[in-house]
Design a protein around this ligand. Sequence first.
Ligand code: SF4
Ligand code: SF4
Length: 227
Amino acid sequence: MPAPVYEIGPNTDENVRIVKQYLEKTGRSCGECYTCCVALGIEELKKWPGQSCKHLDGSKGACTRCSIYHHRPKACSNYYCAWLVGLGSDELRPDRAGLLVTLYPPFNYNLAQLGYDPGPMNSRYSATIHVTDPAKAGELGDENSKIRQVINFLTQDECNDIRIVTMGSDKIIHLHNGFVRQGRIVKSDRKDGYEELNFVTINPPVGQYLVIDATQSVQSVQSEAQS
Ligand code: SF4
Ligand code: SF4
């Protein structure tokens, strides 16, 4: 029996729809960061994930690196990483934290494909974390690490579907419906799949994490967790 594969083709317009609800809560700007210009695949530029954009140019100063800024593709001008729309503290800016978080519409995992019951999709959105610098991001097991801070923020914001990938590795960790599973990235056959995330995971889970009930406030969940 072939391994089950999640095929996720993130859609820029959908990403914008998800983050728009956060945009007014933050006055953040990218500053010296250009992580997304390296980490993400961009079809219009024929740029693969992890490949530095050919339009990156530091000669104009650290805050204006894009040499075609006023004519950059819609995929760039419409893109907001989760930090830019308010995720976490200032120190979690992607270049400082060594990880990039992108929010996507909730993804319905397919029971027939999986061979195990993934449970109902009860997340308001899904999130993909690209670990771009593991030394800065730290370990999942370290509760003070940057990656743990990001995951805590996402789960407290009722995100219950988090895919963690490390640039340059085919490994993936999937936090979904309270369970942690390991898996691997599967290469796409599509020549235009610049933003695809295809992966397989295995049962049983290797761990669990706290599921936030969407009917509870963050405060009540936090106080229960502390008691
Ligand atoms: S990763 Fe986020 S903060 Fe950094 S350049 Fe891209 S959108 Fe801006
Ligand atoms: S075109 Fe500009 S904004 Fe888009 S990825 Fe390249 S450098 Fe970044």
